[in-house]
Design a protein around this ligand. Sequence first.
Ligand SMILES: [Zn+2]
Length: 343
Amino acid sequence: MKTRAAILHQTGADLIVDEVEIPGLGYGQALVRILTTRICGSQIGEIDAVKGPDRYLPHLIGHEATVEILELGPGIKHLKTGDRAVAHWRPGEGVDAGGTRYRWKGADCNAGPITTFQEIAVISGNRLTPIPRDTDPELGALMADTLTTGFGVIHHEARVKIGESVVIIGCGGIGSGVVLGAVLAGAHPVVAVDLHDNKLALAKKMGATETFSAKDPAWAEKVRAFLGHPADVVMDGTGQPAVLEQAYELCGPKGRCIGIGVMRHDRKLSINTLPLHLGRVLTGSEGGSSQPHREISKYLRILADRKISTKEWVTHRCTLAEINQGIRWMRSGEPIHVMVRPA
Ligand SMILES: [Zn+2]
């Protein structure tokens, strides 16, 4: 059986959309149809090999989607054929079946436990969490990372308390989930910083107390003046060293500075570490330490009961055949979210 998939064959190059041969299902693996998938900043990082040379080329890519279960391998108990599910990269319930191998042009084509830039995929059972059939597939794809990671950074990692000040730098992608998480957690004030006015407008709509354009070179000074005191929590979604340094400087003596965007492997920070000895914390988020199987149903309920719509979060849409256009949109920084429909 074959499927169309976007293949990363060379670092920095456009993906190739082509047919690959799907392997048979192993223990703990599921065969799924991708309904919609989001392009995450992580995939741009993967294409550019920001974590270091890519040893797995050629390989498939993508890690956030809403899917329909077509077939289950042995050992999966929490899913049924025909179920809708969120496909997420953080491990959830069930067996960790590891990666898989497709065939492309007569040779192996690697894939991790989850890949989603394709029509049909083999995914490890523990990367799939069932959701109600009537869930909007785009909302499901946002649950895969944006909302679980965004809320997780606030809840599990920053452990934000009511009335703490939170500054979020970079409010598209995962940042949009962080802003909503901060508002829901009762942070105050919630300050959003971004280069793009559409992301600041969305942050404001979600309940951010104040927004600042990062086009203004004095944005950090203005945030400091607005708060009137150093921040309790500052998040950096950009992964840019200069921005993370400013985030660190905005933190108070016991403040928590959390990097969400991954920095290139060959870049370094320049900071004075004395504040770390006195109680300031600088750390990086690992997917918000989220637990998809425990959290997705709860978060869907919160959004539904509070009538919080994420419709406007998706600003760009394309098909699998147009995925390189979607990636160019992501590189422009303009989209809040880009969704890809395989067909
Ligand atoms: Zn992601």
